[in-house]
Ligand binder design. Structure first.
Ligand code: NAD
Length: 258
């Protein structure tokens, strides 16, 4: 019988992290690779992605970069096919690629609204469909969607209506896919981070009024680190969470308790 720590291991498994070149995605890729998965960083940003994968390999981890624009369903399909052809399996998909724009709702240009949904919602669906098909065929798999606490609450003080709505969609898409894929041995769960220190939050933290609200409204009084999201992703990706599907881990230092 496997020990509880063994259930977190991903030996022989193939794991893909979209938006894995930097930030939360890179931290998740690192955690999955430390758990012994073969990890694929799939990202729009090839320079950063190649460099990040090379750094992981220098640490003795197995990491590969593949270019991917999650807004392109054909690219998602081609990547899933390429990985199954290379390794014969794909076990974990982390839908992490995401973007945020801080434009007041009434001033939002058409294209900006569409792009946020293209990446944050449609991208999650295209990748889940492409990889989900392979996972259903092999009768195993775990999909982890990086949503946000913004899918549950409205952030203060910055405006970001498209982002908030897109993340609410990710939470409900997670439950919908979980229901459909459970009979085939594929689990689908979400993580909703609060404020995490990455490029995405850098500019906001440099704005005193934003920083004051962000930290002041977080009971723990600090930002989260990407690694603190990554350990939750490993839990959801692995057999350690074998009876969880359609669930959402809120990793927000308590922000949403008020
Ligand atoms: P980040 O901006 O540091 O990294 C995002 C990565 O996604 C980049 O490497 C970027 O190149 C990639 N990407 C963007 N568009 C893409 C596309 N079309 N196809 C493929 N890759 C693409 O952001 P982060 O803070 O690490 O955020 C990662 C995820 O976590 C996002 O989904 C974000 O919404 C979510 N999140 C972040 C926070 C936070 O406070 N940082 C909080 C809640 C949720």
């Amino acid at each position: 019988m496997a020990s509880v720590l063994d259930k977190f291991r991903l030996d022989e498994q193939v794991a893909v992290v979209t938006g894995g070149a930097r930030g939360i995605g890179l931290a998740i890729a690192t955690a999955l690779a430390e758990a012994k998965a073969k990890v694929v960083l799939a990202d729009l940003d090839a320079d950063t992605g190649e460099a990040s994968a090379a750094r992981l390999r220098q640490q003795g981890l197995e990491a590969h970069f593949y270019p991917l624009d999650v807004t392109q369903p054909a690219q998602a399909e081609a990547l899933a096919q390429a990985l199954v052809e290379r390794w014969g399996r794909v076990d974990v998909l982390v839908n992490n690629a995401g973007i945020c724009r801080n434009t007041p709702a009434l001033e939002t240009p058409d294209e900006e609204w569409r792009l946020v949904f293209e990446v944050n919602v449609h991208g999650v669906f295209w990748c889940s469909r492409a990889f989900g098909r392979r996972m259903v065929a092999q009768k195993r798999g775990s999909i982890v969607n990086i949503a946000s606490m913004s899918g549950r609450i409205v952030n203060k003080p910055q405006p970001q209506a498209a982002y908030n709505a897109s993340k609410a969609a990710v939470i409900h898409l997670t439950k919908s896919l979980a229901a459909e894929l459970a009979p085939y041995g594929v689990r689908v769960n979400a993580i909703s981070p609060g404020y995490i220190g990455t490029e995405m939050t850098k500019r906001g933290l440099e704005t005193p009024a934003w920083r004051q609200d962000w930290l002041g409204l977080t009971p723990m009084g600090r930002l989260g680190e990407p690694a603190e999201v990554a350990s939750c992703a490993l839990f959801l990706a692995s057999e350690a969470s074998s009876y969880l599907t359609g669930s959402e881990l809120v990793v927000d230092g308590g922000y949403t308790v008020w």
